[in-house]
Design a protein around this ligand. Structure first.
Ligand code: SAM
Length: 407
């Protein structure tokens, strides 16, 4: 019996139901859930009872009591997970989560920080927010009796897995956490929790605290569309088939309408077979073309930055900024913005020509990033590779727009 069979058996004993599906290792995607027979659209695939969820209420009292009352649920779940021993009641479930090396290799938060400057702007902005959340949570744990006294508190380097037993424990868990243990557990929670709301959690927890871990369903990988519906009620979670599946087909859910910059930072992968929610930030293409006065004007009207394109469109904000560069006067531009007008065909053509010029220049920046990454020796090859892949995707979306505008 392998660890996945053991997980299924353990989960079934806890009341989890699997209908014609099972976990399987899948190249490049860790573990996923696969159809074992013909499945029809609408069929129930998984049922996970509330009693088996890991939630704020299952965090051990020793962990909770060691941390301040207002500690975030993410921080509590991560501390509880980091302190789980091999004899924990969750040990069979813990055995199937990705190894520390896999988590720290794939999630940018755990990368050599010198690689962060190669993340596209939206990815870097998300990473900074994530970093702030992690630092806040680790600071709370680090100041509690749960933390290992001599643990490397500021380094982001990853060491051998450790749950350190100390004689000087002031809490009854007989183990302490260092920063690397905590980072691993925190990222596991970050990549594997589901939104879950009950009457109690809705009343007492902020929206971003209504998170739980669920066994088996946490093995479902993401696809951008047309995938299985996850629902919950007081009884638990259900996953129902969105379409027919043949034996061997992977079952996906959709983690959200996420572009690849978000998937990279929050989940450590990018969709390579197309992502209908993908988009490219054009700030580095458009902002350098604006004078200080034009930036100030755009800022005043709420149109400075956050310019994006996707496979089919360039956003309205970009058009507003480019019109300012093309209009004969700021007064003319103000009138167009106030009246919500596009300024007619001639102005539109001028805007399109300017956009193509800026995109061609930006294309050079993208190529430069790829060349730099190819020559770089920082971090792991897989990390540099996913960054190259991301910049290549950005390049392709920009090329498509240049072709579409055809000026
Ligand atoms: C909720 S877990 C899903 C199960 C996971 N594959 C495992 O081995 O445990 C989320 C993680 O799965 C991986 N993942 C999910 N969807 C993916 C996809 N479409 N392609 C590649 N990796 C994916 C990412 O590593 C992500 O952080």
């Amino acid at each position: 019996m392998d660890i996945y069979d053991e997980l299924v058996l353990w989960a079934q004993n806890q009341g989890v139901e699997l209908h014609g599906v099972a976990p399987r290792e899948l190249p490049g995607r860790g573990v996923g859930i696969v159809a074992m027979k013909h499945i029809k659209a609408g069929d129930l695939l998984l049922q996970i009872p509330t009693s088996v969820l890991r939630t704020i209420d299952t965090v051990r009292p020793e962990v909770k009591q060691s941390l301040p009352k207002d500690t975030k649920v993410h921080a509590l779940l991560a501390a509880d997970l980091a302190l789980d021993s091999s004899t924990s009641k969750y040990s069979i479930w813990n055995a199937v989560v990705p190894a520390r090396e896999s988590i720290t290799a794939s999630l940018p938060l755990a990368w050599d920080t010198r690689l962060h400057s190669y993340l596209p702007k939206p990815a870097l902005a998300l990473l900074r927010k994530q970093q702030a959340k992690f630092n806040r949570d680790w600071a709370v744990v680090q100041q509690s009796p749960l933390a290992a006294a001599a643990a490397g508190s500021s380094s982001s380097a990853v060491t051998t897995p450790t749950i350190t037993t100390t004689a000087a424990d002031t809490h009854p868990l007989a183990a302490t956490i260092n920063r690397q243990d905590y980072l691993y557990a925190w990222l596991l929670v970050n990549t594997r929790t589901f939104y879950h709301e009950t009457r109690q959690t809705a009343a007492r927890l902020a929206r971003d605290d209504r998170m739980v871990l669920q066994p088996v369903a946490d093995l479902l990988n993401h696809a951008d569309a047309g995938e299985c519906a996850v629902a919950f009620d007081a009884g638990g979670f259900t996953v129902a088939a969105a379409r027919d599946y043949a034996p061997g087909d992977e079952i996906h859910i959709c983690y959200g309408k996420h572009h690849n910059d978000l998937l990279l930072v929050e989940y450590g992968f990018v969709l390579t077979g197309g992502n209908r929610w993908d988009e490219v930030c054009l700030d580095d293409a458009v902002l350098p073309a604006l004078s200080a006065a034009q930036r100030a004007l755009l800022d005043e009207r709420g149109f400075l930055g956050n310019y994006v394109l996707d496979a089919g469109t360039v956003c309205y904000r970009t058009h507003v900024a480019l019109r300012l560069l093309c209009c004969v006067s700021a007064g003319e531009w103000e009138r167009l913005v106030n009246d919500g007008e596009d300024g007619g065909e001639a102005l539109q053509e001028e805007v399109d020509r300017l956009l193509v010029r800026l995109l061609r220049r930006f294309r050079g920046t993208v190529e430069g990033k790829i060349r730099e990454l190819e020559a770089l020796e920082v971090g792991l090859p897989s990390q540099r590779e996913i960054l190259c892949t991301r910049w290549q995707q950005i390049g392709r979306l920009v090329d498509q727009t240049i072709e579409r505008l055809d000026v």
